[in-house]
Design a protein around this ligand. Structure first.
Ligand code: PLP
Ligand code: SF4
Length: 456
């Protein structure tokens, strides 16, 4: 089935790389250089900001890679990995590598790892069964009102953790006019679809003209209200966000963009400038991160990332549990790790900076939000909730009078049952910062007969 699908997407071929790869990382610039070298460098810098140069000079072979990563080139294992899952790293993204090993998050997300060949039986090519929700090739219709279009199989950088490893980079091509016409025909025949996601691959690796042909085709369908683009370009190829591109995109409002930052090291002046351009064009920006072992599976890293994102006007949208995709076992974390991160963020970080943690269900079940438990207990009259501090509070249901029943008695130390039966309204943790601030504001405040302090 996959084999049939991939060639069937084929249409326009991307140009192939011929230029030699750059030989140095930006972080390894020599401390001083003679004038001649400076000239060469500024020329190189002009090219550096040219996205087409970046695409042409992607690191694609082990030989290219060895100029960045000495010692990795002779590994037989890596030949097999690259043959199975293609490699491409933009020089820009490679320049964000700080340590030349798998403990570096950028290195880990972009450099092939022999562990990709490890295939436990619970993993598959297409765990989300996207192929089964494809009424026409290249269009995934899972939810009633939304559809996802795979507009290209090309990305500027192939993430080692990609959930569409079966598609991305296998053969670099974009949707053909014939396929696009079929997609439009399906959208016209299915007017309940009001939200179309243009994805891939990375749609912003296509030329402006090609992107515009996809956008205008989809915009021509009257029932389509919003268009979204899913792209990692602001992270791995920020110079792609040119003024011309943005001028073109703004003709297709309401247009939303979701990008894919995973680590604070990806937040650079260049990526910030790219997001600023898009936001200034009135395009609301969201971010979809994937929780990856050894990259961002610590609460403090996600906190830094999310704080950094809202500063550049990108709203954290989803934090994904890693899908059960072949070749990503070494990136998987427990669901527990995600719950722990959500527990950490709530109460500590602006709600605007908190994504929804989701498990994209195997068998095409769609995204399932997963949260720590905040509902502690329930009775017919009250719901007992906890907050991030451990405060327990009852929320009286509407229309319920809490009548003292015949069993009312003096309460000593209340428990959850006293809250759910309405005998107490709150149990406060002792000595929180918030409590201490309140004490200062209202030194004589009476806590009230239904509130109790307990020593944690
Ligand atoms: C994620 C996804 C969507 C969009 O889901 P939202 O929750 O609306 O962001 C639509 N279709 C498919 C196939 C998806 O995987
Ligand atoms: S940019 Fe997206 S589609 Fe491309 S390799 Fe990365 S995760 Fe996969």
């Amino acid at each position: 089935m996959q084999q049939q699908f991939i060639p069937s997407l084929m249409g326009i071929e991307e140009e192939q790389s011929s230029d030699p790869p750059p030989s140095t990382l930006r972080v390894e610039e020599p401390p001083s250089a003679p004038v001649q070298e400076q000239v060469t460098k500024s020329k190189a810098l002009l090219q550096w900001n040219d996205w087409r140069w970046q695409i042409r000079n992607r690191i694609r072979t082990l030989q290219d890679l060895s100029s960045y990563v000495p010692g990795l080139s002779n590994s037989e294992n890596l030949h097999a990995v690259i043959a199975k899952y293609p490699m491409a790293i933009t020089p820009y993204y490679a320049s964000l590598i700080r340590r030349i090993d798998f403990s570096d998050p950028v290195f880990r997300m972009s450099v092939p790892n022999p562990q990709e060949m490890c295939d436990p039986p619970c993993l598959s090519e297409d765990p989300l069964e996207e192929h089964e929700d494809m009424p026409v090739p290249g269009l995934i219709h899972r939810y009633r009102d939304r559809a996802l279009v795979i507009a290209t199989t090309t990305c500027s950088m192939y993430c080692r953790h990609c959930t569409r490893k079966r598609i991305a980079g296998t053969r670099e091509s974009s949707i053909s006019p014939r396929r696009l016409a079929q997609v439009v025909e399906y959208l016209r025949a299915t007017p309940e679809i009001s939200d179309v996601i243009i994805s891939g691959g990375d749609p912003l690796t296509m030329s402006d003209a090609m992107i515009e042909s996809v956008l205008s085709a989809i915009r021509s369908v009257p029932s389509v209200q919003i268009i979204r683009i899913g792209t990692r370009v602001p992270v791995v190829l920020p110079m792609r966000i040119t003024d011309e591109l943005v001028q073109m995109l703004r003709k297709y409002h309401p247009l939303w963009i979701n990008t894919h930052f995973n680590h604070p090291n990806e937040l650079t002046p260049e990526s910030a400038a790219a997001c600023t351009k898009l936001a200034d064009a009135g395009i609301p920006l969201g971010n979809q991160s994937v929780l990856l072992r050894g990259v961002n599976d610590q609460p403090q890293i996600i906190e830094q990332l999310c704080r950094g994102l809202v500063r550049i006007r990108v709203r954290p949208y989803y934090l994904y549990q890693c899908d059960l995709v072949r070749g990503v076992e070494h990136f998987r974390t427990s669901v527990r790790a995600g719950i722990e991160i959500m527990e950490y963020l709530r109460g500590r970080v602006s709600g605007l900076a908190i994504p929804t943690f989701v498990v994209d269900a195997p068998h095409g079940g769609g995204k399932i939000p997963v949260l720590p438990n905040y509902v502690v207990s329930m009775s017919p009259t009250h719901t007992v909730l906890r907050n991030y501090e451990g405060l327990l509070v009852n929320y009286p249901e509407p229309g319920v009078e809490t009548a003292a029943d015949e069993f009312t008695e003096q309460i000593g130390t209340p428990g959850v049952w006293e809250l759910s039966s309405g005998r107490a309204s709150v149990i406060l943790p002792a000595k929180t910062q918030r409590g201490q601030r309140r004490e200062k504001l209202r030194p004589k405040r009476n806590v009230g007969s239904t509130a109790f302090l307990f020593d944690a």
